[in-house]
Design a binder for this molecule. Structure first.
Ligand SMILES: Nc1ncnc2c1ncn2[C@@H]1O[C@H](COP(=O)(O)OP(=O)(O)O)[C@@H](O)[C@H]1O
Ligand SMILES: [Mg+2]
Length: 394
C-alpha cells in the first residue's frame, strides 16, 4: 500500500497517530497542573519506564496541556555526561526574558536576573560549557556558592516568586532524567521541596528510567514525598490493537482480527514495536485488509530495522567485557536479574562487577529496578543479544 499514506510512526519521540492507553496519566497531569496553578499543593510527576514505551511522547503531550493552561515551559533533555547546570541555564534564561516581557512591576524579575547572574558566575568555574551572556550585575550571597545543592533551591525560589508575581505558572520538563548524577538529582529534589514549602507555582515533570533505587538517604525520602512515579509500560492487548486498528481505519484500511492478535503476540504491546510492525505491515500489504500472513512476513523487516535503529546503536558503544556482561544477563532471561546470579554466570566474584555495572548504567543499557537487581532498559534486548552473540560463554 502507499507508503506515503502510512499512518504509523516508529521513532524516538515520534508522536503516534493515536496516543492510546495513557488517559489515566494525562488526567493525573491535568489535575496536577490545575491545582498548582491555583496554589494548591500537589505532587510533581516523574514518568518512569523502559525505552520505547512512550515517555517522551507523553511528556510532549503534557507540555502541550500545560501551555493550554497558560503555563510557561522550561524543556530540558538530559544527556550522558552533560551537567544539570549546563542544561538548565539556557532555557531558564529564556524563561526570565519571557517573564520580563509580561506587563507588571519590574522589581521581582530584576532580582531574579541578578540572582541568576550570580548562579551563572558561580558555576562558570566548574562548567565551562556554560557561557551565557547576561548584562546585569550579580546579586551576591543567594545562589552563588558554587554548591548546586544550596544554589539551585534558592534560584528556584526566586524564579518561583517572579512567576507568582507575574501570575504565570511554570512547568520544568526534563526528559532522560536518569542521566543526572545523584548529587544533581538531590539538588533538584531539594529545589522542588523548597518551592513546594512556599507554595510557588512551579511544577516538575520528568521522564526516564526509574531513579529512586539509585537515590539514598534524605534525597530518597524527599523524592517519595514530593513526587509520584507513574509507571509507563506496555499497552494492554485491547489498547495495542486499537493503536493499530484506528489509524489504519482512518486511512480506509482494515486489519484482520488475527493480524492484530499476531502483532500483540510479537510486540507484547510495546508501543515502539507496535508502530514498527504497523509501519512495515502497511508497506508490505498489497491491499486491505492486512492479514496475519502479511504481519508475519513483515517480521524479518521489522527485526532488521529494530536491530539497526533501536538495538545496534547501543550495542556498538560497548567494550567486549560489557558485551559479555549483557550476554550473561540475556542468558538468564528477559526479567530483572540478581547481580549474584550474573556473577555466577560469568564465573566471577560479585564484588568485581561494580565498575562494569556502573558503566553500563551510565550508558543507559541497564538499570536497577530494585536493590541488587539489574534489568535491560530496552524491551526484547535479551533476544537481540542472543542474535548478535549466539553462543554463551562463547
Ligand atoms: N500510547 C501510545 N500508543 C501507540 N504508540 C505509541 C504510544 N506512545 C508512544 N508510541 C510510539 O512509541 C515510540 C516510542 O515513543 P517514545 O516516546 O520515544 O518512547 P520513550 O521516550 O519511552 O523511549 C514512538 O514511535 C511512538 O510513536
Ligand atoms: Mg524518550
Amino acid at each position: 500500500m502507499d507508503p506515503i499514506k502510512n499512518p504509523f510512526s516508529p521513532g524516538a519521540g515520534a508522536p503516534p497517530p493515536e496516543l492510546v492507553g495513557r488517559d489515566p496519566v494525562l488526567e493525573q497531569a491535568r489535575i496536577l497542573l490545575g491545582r498548582v496553578k491555583q496554589k494548591r499543593p500537589e505532587k510533581s510527576m516523574l514518568l518512569t519506564g523502559l525505552r520505547g514505551v512512550g515517555k517522551t511522547v507523553l511528556l510532549n503531550e503534557i507540555e502541550r496541556l500545560a501551555e493550554e493552561q497558560g503555563y510557561l515551559t522550561v524543556p530540558i533533555e538530559a544527556h550522558e555526561g552533560k551537567s544539570l547546570a549546563a542544561m538548565i541555564t539556557p532555557p531558564l534564561r529564556s524563561l526570565l526574558y519571557e517573564l520580563d516581557r509580561l506587563a507588571g512591576a519590574k522589581e521581582k524579575v530584576k532580582r531574579a536576573f541578578a540572582v541568576f547572574r550570580g548562579f551563572l558566575g558561580a558555576i562558570k568555574f566548574k562548567v565551562d560549557e556554560v557561557s551565557i551572556g547576561l548584562d546585569v550585575a550579580p546579586e551576591k550571597g543567594v545562589a552563588d556558592s558554587g554548591d548546586l545543592e544550596a544554589d539551585l533551591p534558592n534560584l528556584f525560589v526566586v524564579v518561583g516568586e517572579t512567576a507568582e508575581d507575574r501570575k504565570k505558572p511554570i512547568v520544568i520538563l526534563i526528559d532522560e532524567i536518569q542521566y543526572f548524577s545523584q548529587k544533581e538529582l538531590g539538588a533538584l529534589i531539594m529545589a522542588m521541596h523548597k518551592v513546594q514549602q512556599r507554595q510557588l507555582p512551579i511544577v516538575l515533570l520528568g521522564a526516564g528510567l526509574p531513579i529512586l533505587p539509585g537515590l539514598a538517604g534524605e534525597s530518597k525520602s524527599y523524592a517519595e514525598r514530593l513526587f509520584s512515579f507513574p509507571d509507563v509500560g506496555a499497552l494492554s492487548k485491547e489498547d495495542a490493537e486499537k493503536a493499530m486498528r484506528d489509524p489504519a481505519l482512518k486511512a480506509g484500511v482494515k486489519f484482520e482480527k488475527a493480524a492484530l492478535a499476531e502483532v500483540f503476540r510479537l510486540t507484547k504491546g510495546y508501543p515502539y514495536f507496535v508502530q514498527e510492525w504497523g509501519y512495515q505491515a502497511w508497506n508490505l500489504a498489497a491491499s486491505s485488509p492486512i492479514t496475519e500472513q502479511v504481519v508475519r512476513e513483515a517480521t524479518s523487516r521489522v527485526i532488521s530495522r529494530l536491530d539497526v535503529n533501536f538495538f545496534r546503536v547501543r550495542f556498538d558503544r560497548l567494550t567486549p567485557s560489557e558485551k559479555k556482561f549483557l550476554r550473561a544477563i540475556a542468558e538468564l532471561g528477559p526479567e530483572p536479574q540478581r547481580t549474584g546470579d550474573i556473577a555466577d554466570k560469568l564465573g566471577v566474584k560479585i564484588t568485581s562487577l561494580g565498575p562494569i555495572r556502573s558503566k553500563l548504567i551510565k550508558k543507559g543499557m541497564i538499570y536497577s529496578p530494585a536493590h541488587g537487581e539489574l534489568a535491560f532498559t530496552v524491551p526484547l534486548f535479551d533476544e537481540f543479544m542472543k542474535r548478535v552473540i549466539p553462543q554463551f560463554p562463547g
